[in-house]
Design a protein around this ligand. Structure first.
Ligand SMILES: Cc1ncc(COP(=O)(O)O)c(C=O)c1O
Length: 344
């Protein structure tokens, strides 16, 4: 196990293919009214929702490294398949447009398939969009990949292809955050992040490579077994380390993650996430999203309530974006369309 400095990490990152997509560095902002209202720690928000392109979010940073692999392999179609309101589908379509590639989205007929939010934006970016019934989504992806190959295309599935490089982007993101914290003379007690996987694993690899003992606390957006997820994430972290030729050890203890804030399931608003969205909006004028950052903030709020974090602590909350999905969630957020009587 070796300890590296930031410039060594940056040197290794610089040897990899990379696209320029995000507006970096993203801001690191104080959230004093949020801290006060929670009666808790100092909170600094790392604004990965402000990566710039196509309404931002963590994937724009991730795609700088992962879609660089598609360009290297001369792929000409970017495909993505997920929920109808997937952020990654919107970001895939936007990046394809920027690179002059074709984009194909295989969404699904779920409860947020209205032409709003991310789905609306994917249309604007010119994606070919298919929304099969939920139980046909997997087969539709396979058939679509085959059809594209039969047409002579080279499709790149942004979920799986180049996935090990997505976390690499957050080794880079961590270096950026580290510099910002150094210049503010702040040592955080923990970094909170939505733990799909890659943002979390990238941050942890960087923290361990730099020999920093900071906790990186993940909050899962979907139901899962935390222990099993930690094991899978260790393997992903090991793959990031191999790509960067780093001699670091990452254990399941380093990949702390909590699935208990998901509620009924992925993308379903909970009482905690609704409260998190409202408090953050009403104290800081800051938007979270219903599927990812809202639940992560609900996790942080619960941990503050449990006494994990007090006024003596400093927490970095990494905001991974996703706010366009809000526009498809009026009902779940308890908002009703006002009657328009009297208007023509
Ligand atoms: C807003 C938002 N946050 C977090 C994630 C998780 O991303 P990753 O697994 O790449 O860290 C996603 C993507 O699924 C997302 O759209």
């Amino acid at each position: 196990m070796t300890t590296y400095d930031v410039s060594e990490l940056r040197q290794r990152l610089a040897s990899l293919p990379r696209l320029s997509l995000a507006t970096l560095p993203t801001p690191l902002q104080e959230a004093p009214r949020l801290s006060e209202s929670l009666g808790g720690p100092r909170i600094l928000i790392k604004r990965e929702d402000l990566t710039g392109m196509a309404m931002g979010g963590n994937k724009i940073r991730e795609f700088e490294y992962s879609i660089a692999q598609a360009v290297e392999a001369k792929c000409d179609v970017l495909l993505h398949s997920a929920a109808a309101q997937s952020n990654q589908s919107r970001q895939t379509a936007a990046v394809a447009a920027r690179l002059g590639l074709r984009s194909v989205i295989v969404g699904r007929q779920d409860s947020h398939a209205q032409l709003q939010g991310n789905l609306l934006l994917s249309h604007l970016f010119g994606a070919e969009i298919n929304l099969p019934p939920m139980n046909e989504q997997g087969d539709t992806v396979k058939a679509t990949m085959q059809r594209l190959r039969d047409e002579g295309c080279r499709p790149f599935n942004t979920s799986s292809d180049g996935a090990d490089y997505r976390g690499i982007a957050y080794v880079d993101g961590f270096c950026e955050l580290y510099d910002q914290l150094q210049s503010m003379d702040v040592t955080p007690d923990a970094i909170y992040v939505c733990s799909g996987a890659h943002t979390h694993t990238g941050l942890v690899v960087a923290a361990r490579a730099l020999g920093l003992p900071w906790r990186v606390v993940g909050v899962s957006p979907s139901e899962r077994d935390d222990e099993k997820a930690a094991k899978q994430h260790v393997e992903l972290a090991e793959r990031h380390a191999r790509i960067l030729d780093l001699d670091v050890e990452v254990t399941t203890k380093d990949l702390e993650s909590y699935a208990e804030f998901v509620g009924e399931g992925y993308g379903i608003v909970t009482e905690g996430s609704q409260q998190a969205l409202q408090v953050t909006a009403q104290t800081e004028g800051l938007l979270l999203d219903p599927c990812y950052s809202g639940k992560t903030m609900a996790g942080l709020m619960a941990h503050i309530d449990r006494g994990w974090w007090t006024k003596d602590h400093t927490i970095v909350f990494l905001h991974t974006g996703g706010t366009p999905a809000l526009f498809a969630y009026a009902d779940e957020l308890g908002l009703e369309t006002p009657a328009l009587d009297g208007l023509d």
